[in-house]
Design a protein around this ligand. Sequence first.
Ligand code: C5P
Length: 307
Amino acid sequence: MLTVTAPAKVNLHLEVLGLRSDGFHELAMVMQSIDLADSLQFTNTADAQITLRCDDSSLSTGADNLVMKAAELLRARSGFNELGVSMYLEKRIPIGAGLAGGSSDGAAALVGLNALWGLGYTAETLESMAAELGSDVPFCVAGGTQLCFGRGELLEPVPPTSEGLAVLLVKDPLVSVSTPWAYQRCKERREQDYLQGEMAFEQRRRDLREAPWLQPLRAGCPPPLRNDLQVVVAAETQAVQVSLQLLQTLPTPLAIAMSGSGPSCFALFRDQDQCDQAAADLAPQLKAAGLRAWACSLRSDGVRIAS
Ligand code: C5P
């Protein structure tokens, strides 16, 4: 048996540059892994059956789950049709939250099954298979702090941080946001402001690569936390408005934003102690508003074989 840890991410930066000819949005992002993680267990069955069970009954375990898609893709590429696996997913990352939980589970399936089935694919090959599964899946393979361009799948390294920054994450457990809906709304509301053409896109990529707050990430020069989907999603999602308002009442955060397409929002702190203190101080208000909270440290890696 093999167990793989699948961490969530937050967006330190999500900039919508424009539209692509494939209908996706051209993005310039900085994604950051955090230590809120799912766990995926694998048992080799060698009976040509790929099965998934999950401790959260609200999640589909059928062919539409990215874990199942990843397993089918890897087996098909390997050409060994007799391979089988029984998988068990323990969900900790909220679903439909803008935290890449499903994408990280898909990445965990690629990494775990590559090891379990002894296929020997390189990280590079796994990342290109990951891009076929979804825009955020390649980032989740290596994780840490990375620049993500294209539709999110083109990765560039960032100097590693040595500081123990932390995030307080909040989410309404009853609310989830559909990523296609968020991008569609963004297009409807902001298309007239979109940049046109590769030269304009590349200038914004260059600006982000050289952003002082990324050289490396540190409390002394905190990221401004930009998310272009935030204003679009918040306009129609009260849970986002309430989350941001509550986080704004805290005295010590370095910055506050929504993550991905929401509705999760987070505050960035200079260290875990300040983050834990903020979580304790805000607990009564969060409870009254029906919000859940997680105080998380930043991680310098993505999916990892735990045992
Ligand atoms: O790639 P992924 O499956 O995560 O994307 C989900 C949906 O989000 C896409 O079908 C598309 O509607 C939207 N999207 C987008 N531009 C991106 C990423 C996602 O428009 N760069």
